[in-house]
Write a protein that binds this ligand. Sequence first.
Ligand SMILES: [Zn+2]
Length: 82
Amino acid sequence: MADYLKFWFAKFIVEHGIELLFITICLGIIAVLSAQKWLRQARCKHGGRLYETQACEAICQQCGKNLGFIGALKRTESGDDK
Ligand SMILES: [Zn+2]
């Protein structure tokens, strides 16, 4: 039974090896890119310039992180928030 399964597994790998390799590489690239983005956002102090979206959300220009509603952010910066 085990040999039977091994045979089908080997057959699957041989037939779909390139596809599996391609998917693995794609997932690897996505993982590296998201890890880099996450690291950049984690290290960024978001103290630089902000970009405001049409939904009034503040996006940090240095790391691209969405910092939430820009009105709330500006209140916090000016010290009006009690
Ligand atoms: Zn930032």
